[in-house]
Design a protein around this ligand. Structure first.
Ligand code: 13P
Ligand code: SF4
Length: 351
């Protein structure tokens, strides 16, 4: 079986991880008023709210109440292309807003905070990445959606966690060698399952890297009936303990469909909002981040996802600030590998 090799010469830039933002708490009445204001602004501007499962419960609920969507990164990308709104308001992190702009260059794409980035995106600068690709022209370049528009434009395929496995399997079946960036854990996971020959970029997610395997083993002993759900950005020692490994959507589906009464969840805690809705009677436990050696920088909550709130969402709609810009030339290049993924997803759905 072919193997995966991590490129050791690549030096990842230091990623500054901010503290989790603390938003002033709102009374029920203040929250209601703010939501009403946002609903009105969305209507006036023919806008729609597209939120990720890691944003606050209030934002997720508002997206659903206003005919928008709460989804994983694959569905967020697809939703924007199919919805007739003129303005897409993306509550998530920068690569999600950029993907929307790449696919809908004629639409206005706003984000509550343009500083909301992702450690995978920051850790994969275009110049070094491009050099890496230039050194391996015989490899098919596959990048995770958590990357900049420039990195996407340099790739052959873009994938999200929801579709990485079938796409890599498809490439493996064609005998292609894969250059993978930037998440080494997701790369290793799909490499092991497909046997594809793969070169990895050594990036990682600061949130999922905090899950601790020894503490998880202890928690499993205390809850032997619980199913363990793990996002594949987590380290191998955590993934190897999982009953289900998958995208945020796949983990929510698992809570809904499995017979277990208890679940240990190794991904951002924002996902609990949706999980509680789809299975209110089930018990959800956070996978531990504070075992031996943990730094608990982020405590299972992405600090960049936390930069989205009702307050700054209302502000950007009111002032028209924080628009995501991607030049039409760059968008045209980056669209190709993203559309390849969306087309693959469409074909898979049809069977
Ligand atoms: P999903 O595509 O599974 O929602 O993951 C996006 C992400 O950034 C996870 O950390
Ligand atoms: Fe990026 Fe990790 Fe945050 Fe997801 S959870 S947006 S991968 S830093």
């Amino acid at each position: 079986m072919a193997t995966g090799t991590q490129e050791s010469s690549i030096i990842i830039p230091h990623v500054h991880v901010p503290d989790n933002p603390v938003w002033p708490s709102l009374s029920a009445d203040e929250e209601k008023k703010l939501k009403e204001k946002i609903k009105k602004l969305l209507k006036e501007q023919n806008g729609v709210l597209v939120a990720h499962y890691y944003t606050s419960g209030a934002l997720q609920d508002l997206a659903e109440e206003t005919g928008g969507c709460v989804a994983d990164s694959l569905e967020m990308a697809r939703f924007g292309t199919e919805h007739p709104a003129d303005t897409l308001v993306v509550a998530g992190v920068r690569f999600m807003g950029e993907t929307s702009k790449i696919l809908n260059n004629e639409k206005r794409v706003l984000m509550p905070d343009l500083k909301a980035t992702c450690s995978l995106d920051v850790g994969c600068p275009i110049d070094t990445f491009s050099e890496f690709c230039d050194h391996h022209p015989d490899h098919t370049v596959v990048v995770y959606a958590n990357t900049s528009a420039e990195v996407k434009a340099r790739s052959d395929w873009v994938v999200t966690s929801g579709i990485a496995l079938p796409i890599i399997r498809h490439l493996a079946d064609r005998g292609e060698k894969v250059l993978w960036a930037p998440d080494k854990h997701l790369g290793r996971y799909v490499q092991q399952l497909t046997g594809v020959e793969m070169l990895f970029w050594p990036g990682s997610c600061v949130v999922h890297e905090e899950f601790r395997s020894t503490a998880l083993e202890r928690l499993r002993r205390l809850h032997p009936e619980a199913a363990v759900l793990v996002h594949p950005e987590s380290p191998e020692s955590v993934v190897s303990q999982a009953d289900v490994v998958g995208s945020t959507t796949a983990l929510i589906e698992a809570v809904k469909n499995l017979q277990n009464e208890e679940f240990i969840v190794a991904t951002d805690a924002g996902i609990f909002n949706k999980m509680r809705k789809v299975a209110p009677q089930k018990t959800l436990l956070e996978a531990p981040t504070v075992g031996e050696g943990a730094t608990c920088q982020s405590c299972a909550h992405c600090p960049w996802m936390g930069m989205n709130s009702l307050q700054n969402l209302a502000e950007v709609l009111e002032k028209g600030t924080n628009e995501i810009m991607v030049s039409p030339e760059l968008a045209a290049k980056a669209q190709i590998p993203i559309n390849r993924m969306l087309e693959f997803a469409r074909r898979m759905k049809k069977g």
